[in-house]
Design a protein around this ligand. Structure first.
Ligand SMILES: Nc1ncnc2c1ncn2[C@@H]1O[C@H](COP(=O)(O)OP(=O)(O)O)[C@@H](O)[C@H]1O
Ligand SMILES: [Mg+2]
Length: 304
């Protein structure tokens, strides 16, 4: 469990994170979404004690990171995959990490297997592709078998197979009851991976809800109604809130912000013969664009 309370970070004039309060719970994948510069990496660095909050606290399993007795056994993280010494082999890098953190070195072979680097474990990390570097970073996060895991943009640089592999790994770690907190700017990917979504914009919390709820809240969820009787359709239109109906043609209405069941019942009330009644769900991408567009509107004006 990760608990943030009033967490804020200022760099000079820039407020990177503003008053963030959140509980990131075990047994779920929590997706951390936001445009570039939203404050995702800064938040993760504060959770790991790599950056000091200007105010507020970030607790992992009830303690600040610096107060954890065996940090790598409690929280594993992939932040910047390029922090491995290029002259070290994957295996020697992980062995050094294990030794300095009181982790049995047999864990090294186990995590090399988990991330699929067993065959290249003797190669120097400097020769690794971006994707292999990401896998090595993930191996490091898993090394201490921690209950809490954080990944900052883990699918960057991975091919489609690698992306699917990361998704399945996140899901299986959550299924084991671990806390999995993963940032991404790839909304479509988070729609497939996450149970819970935390969306931030300009450092501010915009949404903290199950994926299904974020999707249901979108005004892009629409219901299409077609009828061969324009007069009957006009009666239905009169029953609907004016701002939520469009009429692309005389025989067709597009209704937003109402469930398909409600539209169907109103059509029945008005005796509208239907040729079509279909619900179109917004993609997470659309729901996300709406959320972050609002954040721009409500944000305090930035100094030039
Ligand atoms: N070390 C730093 N010094 C100054 N500004 C920083 C520093 N780190 C991040 N920022 C600023 O804080 C904001 C949030 O950045 P970041 O947390 O990296 O966002 P994200 O990971 O969501 O892209 C940005 O405006 C960024 O320029
Ligand atoms: Mg970042």
């Amino acid at each position: 469990m990760i608990v943030l309370s009033g967490l804020s970070k200022r760099y000079g004039e820039t407020t990177a994170v503003r008053d963030l309060s959140l509980r990131i719970e075990p047994g779920k994948v929590t997706g951390f979404l936001g445009p570039n510069g939203a404050g995702k990496s800064t938040t993760m660095r504060m959770i790991l004690g790599l950056d000091r909050p200007t105010s507020g606290t970030a607790l992992v399993n009830g303690r600040e990171y610096a107060g954890l007795r065996h940090p790598l056994r409690e929280v594993g993280a992939l932040l910047d995959a390029k922090t491995v010494h290029p002259g070290r082999t994957a295996r020697s890098h992980l062995k050094a990490m294990a030794r300095s953190n009181g982790i049995p070195t047999r864990r090294v072979e186990a995590v090399l297997d988990t991330v699929g680097l067993g065959a290249v474990a003797g190669k120097r990390a400097g020769t690794f592709s971006l994707g292999m570097g990401q896998r090595l970073g993930i191996a490091g996060a898993l090394l201490g078998d921690p209950r809490v895991l954080m990944f900052d943009e883990p699918v960057n640089g991975l091919d489609p197979d690698g992306v699917r592999w990361v998704r399945e790994l996140m899901r299986s770690l959550a299924a084991e009851g671990r806390t999995v907190f993963v940032s991404s700017h790839l909304m479509s990917e988070m729609q497939l991976t996450a149970d819970q979504l935390v969306v931030i914009g300009k450092g501010r919390l915009l949404a903290d809800a199950p994926v299904a709820e974020v999707l249901a809240g979108s005004s892009r969820n629409t219901v299409k109604v077609r009828s061969p009787q324009p007069a009957a359709l006009a009666r239905l239109r009169a029953r609907l809130p004016a701002g939520q109906v469009e009429q692309p043609s005389p025989g067709e209405l597009v209704v937003s912000g109402l469930p398909v069941e409600r539209v169907g019942e109103l059509a029945h009330d008005e005796g509208v013969p239907l040729h079509e009644l279909t619900a179109h769900e917004a993609s997470l991408e659309q729901a996300y664009m709406e959320l972050t567009a609002d954040s721009v509107e409500y944000a305090a004006p930035e100094r030039p």
